[in-house]
Design a protein around this ligand. Sequence first.
Ligand SMILES: [Zn+2]
Length: 150
Amino acid sequence: MVEKAKNTGLVLKEPAARCNDKKCPFHGDLKVRGRIFVGKVVSALAKNTATVSWERRHYITKYERYERRRTKVHAHNPECISAKKDDLVRIAECRPLSKTKHFVIVEKLGKVEKVEGIEEKPEETAKQKEKKEKKDDKKEQKVAKERKGK
Ligand SMILES: [Zn+2]
């Protein structure tokens, strides 16, 4: 008999895989309630756990502007979803699953593009720096030549 995945009460794409995880909102006993967020997986090293981070805007009254703040939570990563680092995921609040986990990943939304600005690639910045330095060198050389010419 093919067991149907449980209805989570959310409008989501059900995971294609199946799992025996008790703490899975589709195939286990876990109920989701509360807030829902979309974030990026910054770490998925711990077993069945992912660290999810997203940006929010915080208003500063004095300057009448927003600053960017980041929220980071631990979320349960069911085996049927098994999100990897840099995945964009939707997480839903649930009962406390451990000391620090009270969210569960309910949907994978694909990969995060690096352009989003959540995390900059150190390699790129290094390359850019090199380019800049090269340009500067050329400029200096030109200046030196001109001086010599005079
Ligand atoms: Zn599952």
